[in-house]
Design a protein around this ligand. Structure first.
Ligand SMILES: [Zn+2]
Length: 105
């Protein structure tokens, strides 16, 4: 995953790592912005790993019950990673604006 900033739309797009660095909105070439991962990202990973570990270590035979155990971890992980994404995009937007001042792509 990578974030790119488009000076044309003043917007940040999230792209897959292999994708061409272009704006999602207008399709113009966008500048790649590297922002450090926020703490929410690492907590999301820790939460999901913890949930998986608990599931692995507790021998619950019923598959439905296993799912119920994992569900809150997945929910929290999803919530945190969405939050992390929002924080990253905000930072990338700020960095993109600072970088793109007075320049035209
Ligand atoms: Zn654009």
């Amino acid at each position: 995953m990578k974030l790119v900033y488009c000076g044309n739309c003043d917007a940040v797009s999230a792209l897959a790592t292999m994708e061409r660095e272009a704006c999602h909105t207008c399709g113009k070439t966008a500048v790649r912005i590297d922002v450090p991962r926020p703490w929410q990202y690492w907590v999301a990973i820790a939460v999901i790993l913890t949930g998986s570990a608990i599931l692995f270590l507790s021998y619950i035979p019923e598959i439905q019950f296993r799912f119920l155990v994992l569900l809150p971890f997945l929910g929290l992980g999803l919530f945190l990673s969405t939050w992390a994404m929002r924080v990253s995009k905000d930072r990338a937007l700020e960095a993109g604006r600072a970088r793109g001042k007075g320049k035209e792509a």
